[in-house]
Design a protein around this ligand. Structure first.
Ligand SMILES: *Cc1c(COP(=O)(O)O)cnc(C)c1O
Length: 403
C-alpha cells in the first residue's frame, strides 16, 4: 500500500468543561482530504451511481485482501444476506452464529430465509470456541452453515470453528465487519472462507459512511451476488450504457437493492490508500492502552492473537468484580468526565425480537451473559491522540482507586 507522505492529522481536542479533564469521544471518523477530492471528482463526471469507480474499488479491494473477486454492496448486512443466499441452501437451513455480535448478522440469516442458531462464547475472546460451537450445533441436531465473526478485530481460527460445528468450509461466511487488515495465521481475512463480508459504516476501520464488500475466490458465487445486489437484473445500468450495451435485460433470480454508488466507491478507494497508516495508528493506541492499564487492578486487558494480526477495531477491557465500581457505574462516571465508551455487544438472545427468532441451547448462553455484564469498549480510532489515550487511562486508574 502507498503510504501518505504526511502523517494523519492530530485529532482536534475540544475544550474541557470547567473542572473536567480532556473530553474524549468514543470514536471519530477520519476521512482523508484525498477522499473528499475524489468525491468532488465523481460528482463532476455526472455518473454518480454504480459505475467505473465501483469496478476499480472492487479490483483494488480484492487485491488488498488477496481474494480473486470482490463485490461492492450497500452494507455488511446486505453482504451477509447476499452471501448466504448465494450459497443456495434449502430454505430454513440452520446457520450457526455467535450470540455476541451485532444484530445485523441475525437479520441477514432471517432475510436469507434461514434459521439462526446462537452459539455461546468463550469468556476471554468473547467469541465461540470450538467447544461452544460444537455444543450449539449438537443440541439442535446439526447445522448447515456458519457465520464466523472476528470480534473487535481479533482473528478467529475459522477452520477450527467450522470443523467443530461440522460445517464444510464452503458453507462458511465470515462477518469481517471488524476485521479488515486482520490475518489468521499467514492468511489475510478475505481469502479464507467461501465469502467474507466487510463493512464501511462510519465507525469501522475503513469508513465511508455506509457500504459493504463481499470477497470470494469463487467466480460463480461472485457472479450470483453481483446479479442479486441489483434486483437480480442480468445487466446493471452501467453495462447497459456502455458502448455496445443494449437496453434489454432479464430478471432471472430473486434479487434485492443493495448496490454501492460511485460516490462511495471513490471515497473507499482513497480511504484504502491510507488504510495501512490508519491501522498502524490503531496498533500504537492499543499498545499504549496495554502499557498504562496493565497497572490498574480490576481491569482485564483484551486478548492478543495467538496466531495472526489484530485489526484493533475495538479496544474492549473487562471490568472485573475487584474493580471499585461496576461496569455500568464506570460508564456513567467516565461520561461525567467527558469520556465516551460503548458496549459490544448486547447479545442477540437478549434482544426481544431475536429471542423468538433464533434457536439457542436450553441451558441458555451464560458465557455471553457474563461477557456482556463486564465488557467495556474504550475510545479507539485512527486519529485519537496520545494525550487523549493517557487521559482515558488516568480516569480509569482514578475511578478504580478507593477514595
Ligand atoms: C457494523 C457491523 C455489522 C453491520 O455492518 P453494516 O455495514 O452497518 O451493515 C455487522 N456485523 C458486525 C460485527 C458489525 O460490527
Amino acid at each position: 500500500m502507498v503510504e501518505l507522505a504526511r502523517p494523519l492529522p492530530a485529532a482536534r481536542v475540544r475544550k474541557a468543561p470547567e473542572g473536567h479533564g480532556t473530553p474524549v469521544p468514543f470514536t471519530r471518523t477520519y476521512i482523508s482530504p484525498e477522499a473528499g477530492r475524489a468525491v468532488l471528482d465523481v460528482l463532476a463526471t455526472g455518473w454518480i451511481t454504480s459505475g467505473q469507480q465501483v469496478v476499480d474499488f472492487e479490483d483494488e479491494f480484492a487485491r488488498y485482501v488477496s481474494a480473486d473477486e470482490a463485490v461492492a454492496v450497500s452494507s455488511c448486512t446486505a453482504a451477509l444476506e447476499l452471501s448466504l443466499r448465494a450459497l443456495q441452501l434449502p430454505p430454513r437451513s440452520k446457520v450457526l452464529m455467535s450470540t455476541m455480535t451485532f444484530c445485523g448478522a441475525a437479520a441477514a440469516i432471517a432475510h436469507a430465509g434461514h434459521l439462526a442458531v446462537l452459539a455461546d462464547v468463550d469468556d476471554v475472546t468473547g467469541m465461540p470456541s470450538p467447544a461452544t460451537a460444537a455444543a450449539a450445533a449438537r443440541e439442535c441436531g446439526g447445522v448447515d452453515a456458519l457465520v464466523v465473526i472476528h470480534l473487535a478485530g481479533l482473528p478467529t481460527d475459522v477452520a477450527a470453528i467450522a470443523e467443530a460445528a461440522g460445517v464444510p468450509l464452503h458453507h462458511v461466511v465470515e462477518d469481517a465487519a471488524h476485521a479488515l487488515g486482520t490475518w489468521v495465521g499467514q492468511t489475510p481475512v478475505g481469502s479464507i472462507s467461501r465469502a467474507t463480508c466487510f463493512s464501511f459504516y462510519a465507525t469501522k476501520n475503513l469508513p465511508i459512511g455506509e457500504g459493504g464488500m463481499v470477497t470470494t475466490d469463487d467466480p460463480d458465487l461472485a457472479a450470483r451476488i453481483r446479479q442479486m445486489r441489483l434486483h437480480g437484473m442480468s445487466k446493471d445500468a452501467w453495462r447497459r450504457y456502455l458502448p455496445g450495451g443494449g437496453w434489454r435485460y432479464d430478471v432471472a433470480v430473486d434479487g434485492i437493492k443493495a448496490n454501492m454508488t460511485d460516490v462511495q466507491a471513490a471515497m473507499g478507494r482513497a480511504q484504502l490508500r491510507c488504510f495501512d497508516q490508519m491501522q498502524t495508528r490503531r496498533r500504537a493506541v492499543a499498545a499504549r492502552y496495554d502499557a498504562a492499564l496493565a497497572w490498574v487492578p480490576g481491569l482485564r486487558l483484551p486478548p492478543r492473537p495467538v496466531d495472526g494480526t489484530h485489526a484493533w477495531h475495538l479496544y474492549a477491557v473487562r471490568v472485573l468484580p475487584d474493580y471499585r465500581v461496576g461496569r455500568d457505574e464506570l460508564i456513567d462516571r467516565l461520561r461525567e468526565r467527558g469520556i465516551g465508551t460503548s458496549v459490544h455487544f448486547i447479545p442477540v438472545h437478549q434482544l426481544s425480537w431475536y429471542r423468538g427468532q433464533c434457536l439457542q441451547p436450553a441451558a441458555g448462553l451464560p458465557g455471553a451473559d457474563g461477557v456482556f455484564e463486564r465488557t467495556l469498549s474504550l475510545p479507539m480510532d485512527a486519529i485519537i491522540s496520545d494525550a487523549e489515550v493517557d487521559a482515558v487511562c488516568a480516569a480509569l486508574a482514578e475511578e478504580g482507586r478507593a477514595s
